[in-house]
Design a protein around this ligand. Structure first.
Ligand code: OAD
Length: 236
Protein backbone atom coordinates (compact mmCIF):
# COMPACT_ATOMS: atom_id res chain seq x y z
CA UNK A 1 0.00 0.00 0.00
CA UNK A 2 1.16 3.53 -0.77
CA UNK A 3 2.07 5.75 2.18
CA UNK A 4 -0.01 8.91 2.25
CA UNK A 5 1.12 11.40 4.89
CA UNK A 6 -1.33 14.16 5.73
CA UNK A 7 -0.38 17.34 7.61
CA UNK A 8 -3.45 19.11 8.93
CA UNK A 9 -4.12 22.46 10.57
CA UNK A 10 -7.03 24.47 11.92
CA UNK A 11 -8.77 24.71 8.51
CA UNK A 12 -9.31 20.93 8.66
CA UNK A 13 -11.79 21.45 11.51
CA UNK A 14 -13.31 24.75 10.28
CA UNK A 15 -16.28 22.97 8.71
CA UNK A 16 -16.89 21.30 12.09
CA UNK A 17 -17.42 24.77 13.59
CA UNK A 18 -14.01 25.20 15.21
CA UNK A 19 -12.40 28.60 14.65
CA UNK A 20 -9.04 28.84 12.88
CA UNK A 21 -6.28 31.09 14.21
CA UNK A 22 -5.30 33.50 11.46
CA UNK A 23 -8.41 33.87 9.28
CA UNK A 24 -10.33 37.12 9.87
CA UNK A 25 -12.18 36.76 13.17
CA UNK A 26 -9.91 33.81 14.07
CA UNK A 27 -8.68 33.09 17.60
CA UNK A 28 -5.59 35.27 17.31
CA UNK A 29 -7.78 38.27 16.50
CA UNK A 30 -9.54 37.75 19.85
CA UNK A 31 -6.67 36.73 22.12
CA UNK A 32 -3.01 37.63 22.37
CA UNK A 33 -0.77 34.62 21.68
CA UNK A 34 1.60 35.78 24.46
CA UNK A 35 -1.25 35.72 26.98
CA UNK A 36 -2.75 32.30 26.30
CA UNK A 37 -0.21 30.22 24.38
CA UNK A 38 3.13 30.70 26.12
CA UNK A 39 4.59 29.37 29.40
CA UNK A 40 5.12 33.01 30.49
CA UNK A 41 1.42 33.74 29.92
CA UNK A 42 0.50 30.75 32.11
CA UNK A 43 2.82 31.94 34.90
CA UNK A 44 1.40 35.47 34.68
CA UNK A 45 -2.27 34.61 34.57
CA UNK A 46 -3.04 30.89 34.88
CA UNK A 47 -6.79 31.47 35.20
CA UNK A 48 -6.97 33.22 31.84
CA UNK A 49 -5.07 30.38 30.18
CA UNK A 50 -7.19 27.67 31.84
CA UNK A 51 -10.40 29.49 30.85
CA UNK A 52 -9.19 29.74 27.23
CA UNK A 53 -8.48 26.01 26.93
CA UNK A 54 -11.51 24.95 29.03
CA UNK A 55 -13.70 26.82 26.55
CA UNK A 56 -11.99 25.30 23.56
CA UNK A 57 -12.17 21.81 25.10
CA UNK A 58 -15.94 22.15 25.61
CA UNK A 59 -16.34 23.36 22.01
CA UNK A 60 -14.35 20.47 20.68
CA UNK A 61 -16.29 17.93 22.77
CA UNK A 62 -19.50 18.93 21.05
CA UNK A 63 -17.96 19.14 17.55
CA UNK A 64 -18.40 16.40 14.99
CA UNK A 65 -15.95 15.32 12.31
CA UNK A 66 -16.74 16.79 8.89
CA UNK A 67 -16.70 15.04 5.51
CA UNK A 68 -13.01 15.85 5.19
CA UNK A 69 -12.08 13.99 8.40
CA UNK A 70 -14.37 11.11 7.40
CA UNK A 71 -12.94 11.00 3.88
CA UNK A 72 -9.38 10.70 5.21
CA UNK A 73 -10.44 7.87 7.53
CA UNK A 74 -12.06 6.09 4.59
CA UNK A 75 -8.87 6.37 2.54
CA UNK A 76 -7.36 3.74 4.87
CA UNK A 77 -9.15 1.12 2.76
CA UNK A 78 -6.79 1.93 -0.10
CA UNK A 79 -3.74 3.54 1.43
CA UNK A 80 -1.57 3.56 4.49
CA UNK A 81 -2.70 6.98 5.79
CA UNK A 82 -0.70 8.68 8.51
CA UNK A 83 -1.96 11.95 9.90
CA UNK A 84 0.27 14.57 11.48
CA UNK A 85 -1.99 17.23 12.93
CA UNK A 86 -1.30 20.60 14.49
CA UNK A 87 -4.84 20.49 15.83
CA UNK A 88 -5.54 19.83 19.48
CA UNK A 89 -9.09 18.55 18.90
CA UNK A 90 -9.71 14.83 18.45
CA UNK A 91 -11.84 14.95 15.30
CA UNK A 92 -9.50 12.74 13.24
CA UNK A 93 -9.81 10.04 15.90
CA UNK A 94 -13.59 10.53 16.14
CA UNK A 95 -13.76 10.06 12.34
CA UNK A 96 -11.96 6.72 12.68
CA UNK A 97 -8.41 7.51 11.53
CA UNK A 98 -6.08 4.99 13.10
CA UNK A 99 -2.72 6.77 12.86
CA UNK A 100 -2.74 10.31 14.22
CA UNK A 101 0.03 12.24 15.93
CA UNK A 102 -0.64 15.61 17.55
CA UNK A 103 2.34 17.92 17.14
CA UNK A 104 0.88 20.66 19.32
CA UNK A 105 -0.67 18.49 22.03
CA UNK A 106 -4.22 17.45 22.82
CA UNK A 107 -7.07 19.33 24.47
CA UNK A 108 -8.41 16.22 26.20
CA UNK A 109 -5.16 15.75 28.12
CA UNK A 110 -3.58 17.62 31.04
CA UNK A 111 -0.05 17.43 32.34
CA UNK A 112 2.22 18.31 35.19
CA UNK A 113 3.66 21.79 34.87
CA UNK A 114 7.11 20.55 35.90
CA UNK A 115 7.26 17.18 34.13
CA UNK A 116 6.13 17.00 30.50
CA UNK A 117 5.96 13.20 30.68
CA UNK A 118 3.27 13.09 33.40
CA UNK A 119 0.18 13.21 31.21
CA UNK A 120 -3.43 12.56 32.20
CA UNK A 121 -6.56 11.94 30.18
CA UNK A 122 -9.35 14.35 31.16
CA UNK A 123 -12.87 13.13 31.83
CA UNK A 124 -15.29 14.21 29.11
CA UNK A 125 -18.10 14.55 31.69
CA UNK A 126 -16.00 16.88 33.81
CA UNK A 127 -13.48 18.32 31.36
CA UNK A 128 -12.34 21.60 32.94
CA UNK A 129 -8.90 22.03 34.49
CA UNK A 130 -9.34 24.12 37.64
CA UNK A 131 -6.87 26.56 39.12
CA UNK A 132 -6.27 24.42 42.24
CA UNK A 133 -5.96 21.08 40.40
CA UNK A 134 -2.55 19.64 41.12
CA UNK A 135 -0.63 16.74 39.71
CA UNK A 136 0.65 13.90 41.95
CA UNK A 137 4.05 15.66 42.01
CA UNK A 138 2.33 18.65 43.64
CA UNK A 139 2.68 20.96 40.65
CA UNK A 140 -0.31 22.73 39.09
CA UNK A 141 -1.97 20.82 36.25
CA UNK A 142 -1.72 22.55 32.90
CA UNK A 143 -3.19 21.86 29.48
CA UNK A 144 -1.22 19.29 27.45
CA UNK A 145 -0.54 21.87 24.74
CA UNK A 146 2.79 22.73 23.13
CA UNK A 147 3.04 26.47 23.67
CA UNK A 148 5.15 28.92 21.70
CA UNK A 149 8.74 28.74 22.83
CA UNK A 150 8.44 25.07 23.86
CA UNK A 151 9.98 22.06 22.14
CA UNK A 152 7.81 19.94 19.85
CA UNK A 153 8.57 16.41 21.07
CA UNK A 154 6.98 14.57 18.13
CA UNK A 155 8.87 16.47 15.44
CA UNK A 156 11.47 13.79 14.73
CA UNK A 157 8.80 11.15 14.33
CA UNK A 158 6.87 13.46 11.98
CA UNK A 159 9.98 14.16 9.89
CA UNK A 160 10.59 10.44 9.48
CA UNK A 161 6.97 9.88 8.42
CA UNK A 162 7.28 12.60 5.76
CA UNK A 163 10.54 11.10 4.48
CA UNK A 164 8.71 7.80 3.92
CA UNK A 165 5.74 9.40 2.14
CA UNK A 166 4.68 8.38 -1.37
CA UNK A 167 2.50 11.51 -1.36
CA UNK A 168 2.25 14.42 1.07
CA UNK A 169 -1.08 16.14 1.61
CA UNK A 170 -1.38 19.45 3.47
CA UNK A 171 -4.86 20.52 4.57
CA UNK A 172 -6.02 23.75 6.21
CA UNK A 173 -2.80 25.20 7.52
CA UNK A 174 -1.35 28.61 6.71
CA UNK A 175 2.16 27.09 7.20
CA UNK A 176 3.10 30.03 9.42
CA UNK A 177 4.23 28.11 12.47
CA UNK A 178 7.58 26.31 12.65
CA UNK A 179 8.85 23.69 13.00
CA UNK A 180 5.59 22.11 11.69
CA UNK A 181 5.59 24.26 8.54
CA UNK A 182 9.07 22.99 7.67
CA UNK A 183 7.87 19.38 7.35
CA UNK A 184 7.09 19.96 3.69
CA UNK A 185 10.86 20.12 3.07
CA UNK A 186 11.38 16.52 4.17
CA UNK A 187 9.63 14.91 1.18
CA UNK A 188 11.88 13.22 -1.35
CA UNK A 189 12.29 14.96 -4.70
CA UNK A 190 9.56 13.88 -7.07
CA UNK A 191 7.08 12.97 -4.32
CA UNK A 192 3.76 14.61 -5.16
CA UNK A 193 2.51 17.28 -2.76
CA UNK A 194 -1.15 18.33 -2.57
CA UNK A 195 -2.34 21.42 -0.70
CA UNK A 196 -6.05 21.68 0.11
CA UNK A 197 -7.04 25.20 1.18
CA UNK A 198 -9.67 27.63 -0.09
CA UNK A 199 -7.11 30.43 0.22
CA UNK A 200 -3.66 30.89 -1.18
CA UNK A 201 -0.84 29.29 0.83
CA UNK A 202 2.67 30.57 0.17
CA UNK A 203 5.18 27.75 -0.29
CA UNK A 204 8.62 27.92 -1.76
CA UNK A 205 8.86 24.36 -3.03
CA UNK A 206 8.82 23.04 -6.57
CA UNK A 207 5.75 21.45 -7.98
CA UNK A 208 2.66 21.60 -5.79
CA UNK A 209 -0.84 20.49 -6.71
CA UNK A 210 -3.14 23.13 -5.24
CA UNK A 211 -6.74 22.14 -4.53
CA UNK A 212 -8.43 25.49 -3.83
CA UNK A 213 -11.36 24.06 -1.87
CA UNK A 214 -12.51 23.55 1.69
CA UNK A 215 -11.48 20.34 3.44
CA UNK A 216 -14.65 18.33 2.70
CA UNK A 217 -14.76 18.97 -1.03
CA UNK A 218 -10.99 19.01 -1.23
CA UNK A 219 -10.61 15.46 0.09
CA UNK A 220 -13.02 14.19 -2.59
CA UNK A 221 -10.85 15.83 -5.26
CA UNK A 222 -7.70 14.51 -3.60
CA UNK A 223 -8.90 10.91 -3.86
CA UNK A 224 -9.41 11.37 -7.59
CA UNK A 225 -5.97 12.94 -8.08
CA UNK A 226 -4.21 10.23 -6.06
CA UNK A 227 -5.85 7.53 -8.17
CA UNK A 228 -4.65 9.30 -11.30
CA UNK A 229 -1.13 9.75 -9.92
CA UNK A 230 -0.62 6.15 -8.85
CA UNK A 231 -2.33 4.59 -11.90
CA UNK A 232 -0.11 6.71 -14.13
CA UNK A 233 3.01 5.50 -12.32
CA UNK A 234 2.03 1.83 -12.43
CA UNK A 235 1.58 2.02 -16.23
CA UNK A 236 5.10 3.39 -16.82
P1 OAD B 1 -4.16 29.06 10.67
O1 OAD B 1 -5.36 29.73 11.28
O2 OAD B 1 -2.89 29.79 10.65
O3 OAD B 1 -4.50 28.64 9.18
C1 OAD B 1 -5.71 28.04 8.85
C2 OAD B 1 -5.73 27.72 7.37
O4 OAD B 1 -6.94 27.04 7.10
C3 OAD B 1 -5.68 28.95 6.44
O5 OAD B 1 -4.72 28.74 5.43
C4 OAD B 1 -7.09 28.99 5.88
O6 OAD B 1 -7.14 29.52 4.54
C5 OAD B 1 -7.48 27.53 5.89
N1 OAD B 1 -8.92 27.24 5.88
C6 OAD B 1 -9.96 28.01 6.30
N2 OAD B 1 -11.13 27.37 6.13
C7 OAD B 1 -10.84 26.16 5.59
C8 OAD B 1 -11.62 25.03 5.18
N3 OAD B 1 -12.94 25.03 5.29
N4 OAD B 1 -10.97 23.96 4.67
C9 OAD B 1 -9.63 23.95 4.54
N5 OAD B 1 -8.83 24.99 4.90
C10 OAD B 1 -9.44 26.07 5.43
O7 OAD B 1 -4.03 27.65 11.44
P2 OAD B 1 -2.78 26.66 11.52
O8 OAD B 1 -1.95 26.76 10.30
O9 OAD B 1 -3.31 25.34 11.90
O10 OAD B 1 -0.50 26.54 17.52
O11 OAD B 1 -2.00 27.25 12.73
C11 OAD B 1 -0.83 26.60 13.18
C12 OAD B 1 -0.64 26.77 14.67
O12 OAD B 1 -0.73 28.17 14.99
C13 OAD B 1 -1.72 26.15 15.51
O13 OAD B 1 -1.50 24.77 15.74
C14 OAD B 1 -1.67 26.93 16.78
C15 OAD B 1 -1.54 28.32 16.19
O14 OAD B 1 -0.96 29.28 16.95
C16 OAD B 1 -0.47 26.69 18.87
O15 OAD B 1 -1.38 27.17 19.50
C17 OAD B 1 0.80 26.21 19.48
Amino acid sequence: MKNIVVLTGAGMSAESGIATFRDSGGLWAQYRVEDVATPEGFRRNPQLVLDFYNKRRRESLSAKPNEGHLGLAEMEKEYNVQIITQNVDNLHEKAGSSSVIHLHGELMKARSSINANKIYLLDSDNPDIKIDDVCEDGSPLRPHIVWFGEAVPLMEKAEEMVRQADALVVIGTSLNVYPAAGLINYVHDGTPIYIIDPNEVAVSRGKINFIRKGASEGVVELKRLLKEEFNKKSKV
